[in-house]
Write a protein that binds this ligand. Structure first.
Ligand code: BGC
Length: 463
């Protein structure tokens, strides 16, 4: 018989879950909330969304029920996001009702002994800002900084860890190099101007945060999808280098090294997409203002090969021009979602962050598996999601290994605890350890609930 091995994390390891306000709150007509870009899109083109579904999770009114589930799951930390459009509907005036709601919500979380991680932006640009060009504009930086400062002042006494953005490069990639987010127009120049404006919004917000001398920490959450080249040929390695630069180093290098990657600046200048940046912005980047903690979301690796098309134009995605995606024949695919399952990628990511950015404090801010039609796995009234337990175990083993090799990783949050709405896919893929009946709102634990609960209590598991 194979001897079972214990995978153990230390007792103050953060074990919890992530989700976002946009994906769980509903309550669209409460608190004078204004529309986000998602509300606007849903109102104007509902048939773009899977089964024409909008958010039915109802944290705005039912947050106590949700937090009771978190308590039952025995987690020690959780992350949600404030919706900018709820807290400051017109960009200037705070909604007192929203302040009350978020305060009650946060107090409820804290009263259960759960550490509160709050993110300020989860793809939810206000519609009034989007209509003026969103993060393509410098106004976004000004308005976002006002919002962030207000949030720090209002809730600085209760939030344990702040995050300025979740995956800011996703709206850039999906909105300007793809069509899964608005505005859905392919434009490398606008993509990179937005990238820069997101980065600056982050840095200005961190500067405001530091002025307030709060005792808590601030960071950002990025999806540092590790890039795997098809081969070690010069061309494939160059494709990897470009993918690394565009999908994370354009953020991590300014944050940790005080400058954009040289190769990016050079390429941007030669190819006509250098973004506008003021002297003040450059100085702020150079000042290496720093963060306390970096959140890392990991789902799957990005495999690349040399691009076929070498001529670079601004109205085509960079994918296909600077690198091509590579379909690895031996990949293990989650056939219910189409994403590759590659647990070693989480280890590679942690080690590369340790080696390339001077081993900052990090935590796994999202990791999980989405499955379509999950009810087909139901037996005796419970979804038997052993695949999810295996997914967590395999990834946690790799996290544990990276820590034993020196990674400064202090926690692991799953995406997610209760099934929730996910952008254009709406409720197609379910990620929770608790299922949500979208008609009745009933919550039921899946098989993985008990496994994760046990892990949260023990901070360890038998292999
Ligand atoms: C996002 C979530 C999303 C999840 C599953 C993550 O990258 O942060 O908002 O629901 O992926 O698609």
């Amino acid at each position: 018989m194979k001897k079972s091995n214990k995978i153990q994390f230390n007792k103050d390891f953060f074990v919890g879950t992530a989700f976002s306000g946009t994906q769980t709150e509903s309550g669209f007509n409460l608190d004078h909330k204004s529309e986000s870009v998602w509300d606007l899109w849903y109102r104007t083109e509902p048939n773009k969304f899977f089964n024409q579904m909008n958010v039915v999770n109802n944290a705005r009114l039912d947050y106590k029920k949700q937090i009771a589930k978190a308590e039952e799951l025995s987690i020690n930390s959780m992350r949600t996001s404030i919706q900018w459009t709820r807290l400051i509907p017109d960009g200037e005036n705070v909604s007192e009702e929203a302040v009350k709601y978020y305060r009650n919500y946060f107090e409820e979380i804290k009263s259960k002994g759960i550490d509160l991680f709050v993110n300020l932006f989860h793809f939810d640009t206000p519609a009034w800002l989007y209509e003026k060009g969103g993060f393509e504009t410098k106004e976004a930086i000004v308005k976002y900084t006002i919002y962030a400062k207000k949030a720090f002042e209002l809730f600085g006494d209760i939030v344990d860890k702040w995050f300025t953005f979740n995956e800011p490069l996703v709206p850039v990639e999906m909105g300007y190099l793809n069509t899964f987010h608005l505005p859905g127009k392919i434009d490398v120049k606008k993509a990179m101007q937005s990238m820069h404006n997101y980065l600056m919004s982050h840095l200005f917000a961190v500067r405001e945060f530091k002025k307030l001398n709060l005792k808590t920490e601030i960071g950002i959450i990025l999806n540092i999808t590790p890039v795997i080249p098809r081969s070690n040929s010069k061309e494939d390695l160059e494709a990897k280098e470009f993918a690394d630069i565009f999908f994370y180093d354009c953020f991590l290098s300014p944050i940790y090294k005080g400058k954009y990657p040289d190769k990016l600046i050079e390429h941007a200048k030669v190819n006509g997409y250098m973004w506008e940046q003021t002297e003040e912005e450059i100085e702020l980047i150079n000042s290496k203002i720093g963060i306390d903690i970096l959140g890392l979301n990991y789902y799957q690796p990005r495999r690349v090969q040399a691009a076929h098309n070498k001529e670079f134009v601004l109205d085509k995605p960079i994918e296909g021009q600077l690198f091509d995606n590579y379909k690895y024949p031996d990949a293990i695919i989650n056939k219910h979602r189409g994403w590759e399952i590659y647990p070693k990628g989480i280890y590679d990511m942690l080690i590369s962050i340790k080696e390339n950015y001077n081993n900052p404090k990090v935590f796994i801010a999202e990791n999980g598996i989405g499955v379509e039609n999950e009810s087909k796995f139901e037996k005796n009234g419970m979804i038997q999601d052993d695949y999810r337990i295996d997914f967590f175990k395999e990834h946690l083993k790799e996290v544990n290994k990276a820590i034993s090799e020196g990674s400064n990783c202090v926690g692991y949050h799953i995406w997610t605890f209760i099934d929730n709405w996910s952008w254009l896919n709406a409720y197609k893929n379910r990620y929770g350890v608790i299922s949500l009946d979208i008609k009745s709102g009933k919550l039921s634990n899946k098989l993985s609930f008990d496994w994760f609960k046990n892990f949260a209590i023990e901070r360890g598991f038998d292999e």
